[in-house]
Design a protein around this ligand. Structure first.
Ligand code: F6R
Length: 261
């Protein structure tokens, strides 16, 4: 696990975008796992800029999103289909047929989840998974207590996550109770992980994930077992970490041969 602390979210997003761009340049048919929410918006904006100004080519990239609300149609304003369209897909050149999100209107949810896992396997697995983190430590919508070996499935949101996400809906009561999410086992099979967290509201969850005990009570703590997980933070999100000075020292003193993080 590598912790990268930058002054503000836009610097962290730029550093993380460089990492993703490097993957796409070296492996043009890379499979990306994508997240929604406020956190990755700056990262997507930077990738769009790189596409427009630096010719970063996504034409062979495939994508799988982490999650979608159950019961929301793709064109519903707060759906994750719509979020991705507005914040990323419309700005880059990923072919439509290469984009997959869980279907919030699936009639047979277990069958749909099994098929989603199968699609990921057939694509050769996810090369790099982008993650945010909930203030309760969730990744995807794997709430505290989720099996650390879970696969794509239905989950019930906690009241605090419904409250956190109410800002995307007209009324708090419009937030669905159920979601389809990749499981923690699914996420852990990604070859690389890029987790971003910004703001003081994430600092406790980040400290638990990075320096706390491995536990389903903080699902993100499973990333301690991942061989290539990078955690990009702003100062606020890092404020409850004990080893901040060490993480900063590591980042500033990398051997020259180590690639750009
Ligand atoms: C979204 C997702 C969630 C969010 C998390 C943080 O696809 O999987 O885990 O990353 O809820 O959300 P924000 O970024 O809005 O604070």
């Amino acid at each position: 696990m590598e912790v990268i602390i930058t002054a503000d979210p836009s610097s962290a997003s730029r550093v993380a975008a460089r990492r993703i761009a490097r993957l796409v340049r070296t492996k043009p048919d890379a499979v990306l796992g994508l997240a929604t929410g406020s956190t990755p918006v700056g990262l997507y904006t930077e990738l769009i800029r790189m596409h427009r100004e630096e010719g970063l080519d996504f034409s062979s990239v495939r994508t799988f999103n982490l999650d979608e609300y159950l019961g929301l149609a793709p064109d519903y304003p707060a759906s994750y289909h719509r979020f991705m369209e507005e914040n990323f897909f419309r700005g880059v050149n990923i072919p439509r047929e290469n984009i997959l999100l869980p279907n919030g209107l699936a009639s047979d949810v277990p069958a749909h989840c099994g098929a989603y896992e199968q699609e990921i396997r057939e694509a050769g697995g996810i090369d790099l998974q982008i993650l945010g983190i909930g203030s309760d430590g969730h990744i995807g919508f794997n709430e505290p207590g989720s099996s650390l070996a879970s696969r794509t499935r239905i989950k019930t949101l906690t009241p605090s996550t419904r409250q956190d996400n109410a800002r995307f809906f007209n009324k708090p009561e419009d937030v669905p109770y159920h979601v389809i999410t990749m499981g923690i086992g699914t996420i852990m099979e990604s070859r690389s992980i890029v987790l971003l967290a910004f703001g003081a509201g994430k600092s406790m969850a980040v400290a638990g994930a990075v320096e706390g005990a491995l536990s389903a009570s903080n699902p993100a703590s499973i990333l301690q077992l991942h061989p290539d997980a990078k955690i990009y933070l702003d100062e606020h999100a890092s404020s409850d970490l004990k080893r901040v000075d060490y993480y900063k020292w590591v980042f500033q003193n990398k051997p020259a041969w180590q690639a750009d993080s």
